[in-house]
Design a protein around this ligand. Structure first.
Ligand code: OXD
Ligand code: MN
Length: 652
């Protein structure tokens, strides 16, 4: 259940303005003539009330209404430099931003859903009761923008006109956050009113970095008020904590899909890309992976890039699953981005012509950014996420300090990419036929497999397991990562799962557009397949082949081997695709290592999922039926062939 409009709307309670006329009066008093005339173009009383109350609560010195014009974008860029939130780099349009040393990822310990009494919130997240959150926000955000300029931006999460797009306000005193929003989202100042009217809702985000001192970080908070679709973020700057247009609003989009989408909508942590198949046809793929597990690289491996992080899906009148990207830019991890695996991205990062905000990388004496795994000669010294850096430097535990933080990022507009699709702005979205799920799995699942039915596919999503990454402060070990979306599912997991089963089994999906749901894993190591090194069994560019095989499979052009976990590719098909797609030999021995089923590992994985999901209330029974069916199939195979079952032994 989602309790909309229940309890007090915190910003309105703290700001104290409940009447439209009073809101307009405050705006007239507070804004200069130009900005007041800008705000008058927005006529929705609810939007005006949110903005006026945000001003009353935060008490900025000045307010800037950002229309998204080139002059306004420039004002924001200049303000980011003036505030010293960014510094110019020698390459035209490039700047560097640093977050505090201890705020290099999402602060999940200080991130809360605001809950009403008795309301169910995801068992995987923190919650704070509304009254406590009100007191906390009142204490921390009242007057937080004194001495600062508040920038108000009106954005669309998704193309204007798309049925699943969401209008959203970003209200912040950080010009860096505003600058990032301008690059990553569609400024919709001129359409905002009409879009709010068309869709009947909007999201609100209010952020201030305060004084941005290390000593304030324990007081940093990220709050999501699901009832009033408003986020509050304070005393932090890392975009994952502050630019809540991204993951804060993704959570509201998940709520909206689950509780209001009638099993006809999904909001996922997925890339969107198009793969060219024979005859130039394009098959569209969306794929989930936990933060920091190569979504950007996989998306870039496609021929027609739409997005690398978020996807909103729906079933249209003709029975086609369509997807749009709520974003129009990339806030991408740069670690391991290099010419070999990511030529399109490298071109934008290393050649002039693209606006880029770098964060938390090393800047050398010549103002050039460097990062771990870029395949280039590292400099001997420079400045990075923790201050001055030089080769051989160790931290207080004696561990080497890397040149860049593993969660260091680049922010840039997707339209700069050579493979950016001309369909990315289409409000009708792209016809989606392949859905992939993946994680950092070093020892269990094969590189690619396809669920036998949509229900089996949903279970692939439910069972993602992944090594922790640097995107969350303090995260360690190997974790379950349901749909790679778990950190962003606000309600009960059972409700979300139920919608997944219903969506993909929907009778509305036309036969000709049935999608395939698949697993992808390119983190298998040599060691886990009988070798001695920790090296990956394949190479980054092999992903093009896995995607090409899925493209052929979705179009019913390749046969496959049936196994208890789903369909896996035949050797001859892969060998052929390796040759035509990346001109590479694909030895049979490697195929056998990659696609033999290590039944003990998979059974242990199933048992882990059964035990964990067994504790979760109200889950669809179908999940357990499928896990049991797969387990029985694997056990039977193991009895017949031993614990390692070769592809040739299956599907006979
Ligand atoms: C991201 C994340 O920034 O998921 O995309 O952390
Ligand atoms: Mn993400």
């Amino acid at each position: 259940m989602l309790e909309r409009e229940k309890g007090t709307d915190i910003v309105i309670e703290i700001g104290g303005i409940t009447i439209y006329a009073a809101a307009m009066q405050l705006l007239e008093n507070k804004l200069d003539k130009e900005n007041f005339s800008r705000i008058q173009k927005i006529t929705s009383p609810e939007v005006i009330l949110k903005i006026a109350n945000a001003i009353a609560m935060c008490q900025p010195d000045t307010v800037f209404i950002n229309t998204g014009s080139e002059a306004d974008k420039q004002y924001i860029r200049d303000l980011a430099l003036k505030n010293r939130e960014e510094e110019k780099l020698p390459m035209q349009g490039h700047t560097i931003h640093y977050d505090l040393k201890d705020e290099q990822g999402r602060i999940i310990d200080r991130t809360f859903y605001i809950a009403n009494e008795g309301e169910t919130v995801s068992s995987l997240a923190n919650k704070m009761l509304r009254a406590d959150a009100l007191a906390d926000i009142r204490g921390k955000m009242t007057g937080i923008m004194r001495g600062k300029t508040m920038v108000v931006g009106c954005y669309m999460r998704g193309p204007v006109g798309a049925p699943v797009s969401n209008p959203a306000l970003e209200i912040t005193s950080s010009a860096y956050v505003s600058h990032s929003a301008e690059i990553l989202y569609r400024n919709a100042y001129s359409n905002f009113d009409a879009e709010v009217k068309r869709l009947g809702h909007f999201f609100t985000n209010i952020h201030s970095e305060g004084l941005n001192r290390p000593e304030d970080l324990p007081n940093a908070r990220v709050f999501m008020d699901r009832s009033f679709r408003t986020t509050y973020s304070m005393y932090c700057t890392y975009a994952g904590n502050t630019l809540l247009l991204k993951k804060g609003n993704h959570r509201f989009a998940v709520d909206k899909a689950v509780y209001e989408g009638k099993a006809n909508e999904l909001a996922e942590h997925m890339f969107i890309t198009g793969i060219e198949g024979p005859g130039g046809r394009i098959t569209w793929v969306t794929g989930a992976a936990p933060s920091g597990c190569g979504k950007t690289t996989t998306a870039m491996a496609g021929d027609h890039f739409v997005g690398d992080d978020l996807a909103q899906l729906w079933i249209d009148e003709q029975g086609i699953i369509r997807s749009v990207n709520p974003e129009c830019g990339i806030f991408g991890i740069v670690q391991d981005v290099n010419w070999e695996g990511d030529p399109h991205l490298m071109t934008l990062l290393r050649k002039p012509g693209t606006e880029v905000i770098w964060s938390n990388v090393l800047i050398d004496e010549n103002g050039i950014p460097h990062w771990t795994g870029n395949g280039e000669e590292p400099p001997l010294k420079g400045k990075n996420f923790q201050g001055k850096w030089e080769k051989g430097m160790t931290d207080k535990n004696g561990k080497p300090v890397p040149i860049s933080h593993p969660n260091a990022r680049c922010t840039l507009a997707s339209k700069a990419l050579a493979n950016y699709s001309d369909r990315a702005e289409d409000p009708k979205g792209v016809e989606t036929r392949i859905i992939t799920y993946s994680g950092r799995d070093s020892d269990t699942m094969p590189p690619v497999w396809v669920g036998k039915t949509s229900d089996h596919g949903v279970v692939i999503g439910a069972c993602i397991v992944s090594a922790a990454t640097a995107t969350e402060v303090g995260a360690k070990g190997v974790k379950r990562a349901p749909w790679a979306n778990a950190p962003f599912i606000p309600g009960a997991l059972g409700d979300y799962m139920d919608v997944q089963f219903k969506f993909f089994a929907s009778k509305k999906i036309a036969q000709a557009y049935q999608p395939i749901l698949c697993g992808l894993n390119y983190f298998l190591t040599d060691e886990a397949r009988g070798g001695t090194s920790k090296k990956l069994l394949g190479e980054k560019r092999d992903v093009k082949v896995w995607l090409a095989w899925l493209e052929r499979r979705a179009n019913k052009e390749v046969d496959a081997i049936e196994t208890p976990i789903g369909y896996i590719p035949k050797y001859e098909d892969l060998k052929n695709l390796f040759k035509i797609i990346i001109s590479k030999e694909y030895p049979k021995g490697l195929y056998e290592k990659q696609f033999s089923l290590y039944t003990d590992n998979i059974i242990a994985r199933i048992d882990l999922q059964k035990a964990a999901y067994g504790k979760e209330p109200n889950l669809p029974a179908r999940l357990f039926e499928i896990l049991d069916e797969q387990r029985a199939g694997l056990t039977a195979l193991k009895e017949k062939y031993g614990p390692i079952v070769k592809p040739g032994e299956m599907g006979k």
